[in-house]
Design a protein around this ligand. Sequence first.
Ligand code: G1P
Length: 272
Amino acid sequence: MIKKCLFPAAGYGTRFLPATKATPKEMLPVLTKPLIQYGVEEAVQAGIPTMAIITGRGKRAIEDHFDISYELEHQIKGTSKEHLLDQIRSLIDTCTFSYTRQVEMKGLGHAILTGETLIGNEPFAVILADDLCDGNVLEQMKNLFNKYRCSIVAIEEIPQQDTNKYGVIAGKQIEEDVYMVHTMVEKPAPEEAPSNLAIIGRYILTPDIFDILRETKPGKGGEIQITDALMTQAQRGMVLAYKFKGKRFDCGSVDGFVEATNYFYNLEKEKQ
Ligand code: G1P
């Protein structure tokens, strides 16, 4: 059973400066909801109620967002705006949120290892909130985990010239949209990439990943990479890559952010 979802959220978000100078990038809104709230909703949709959030300096707004604001509640009570808080109130009611700080930024692998104290010895999910997904990707991965019981990364096909922005896998297809990983490289140059199947920000990890991360040396960019740790796990046992159904937006880039905004805006308009 997967009960916990880890959110690495300590990064600086330099691509969005100056917006991210005093505001965590996870709090940037697509329409009226911050990115991290979409992630939490996706976890809840997958039946995962416990959120473990890796924060850092300057990230207090995330904790405040998933808490009651008594002053605001008092102001808004009985007004026509009250319904705007319905979704966030229900998340606060149904989920628990725990936090730990990543003191030094040593990469995604290091951020995930920092979360060990919140996760313990059980399989868990990871959401990178700046990959915004529509289509309950985590739920699809959880169903796959129930069948195979190993670590799983979500993948999508990308243009070959973009391989240097992602972890890239190669593997043997074992069923429709599912690959057994044999190679995994962090941000390879297009001419060196083993395929155009890129890892996106959704993972299910078995807890042995923590011991592997502890012994993983800094890789690309001098950072401890989850991709390298997963490659070790694939060599020792099995890691799957899953081509998910749905849409994903790279909200870590301005282009992706604008695309996501337009997409969700149009969805809202269709509902009206
Ligand atoms: C991280 C991972 C990379 C993955 C990407 C997905 O990179 O290191 O393997 O493909 O997330 O968004 P980042 O985007 O943090 O540089």
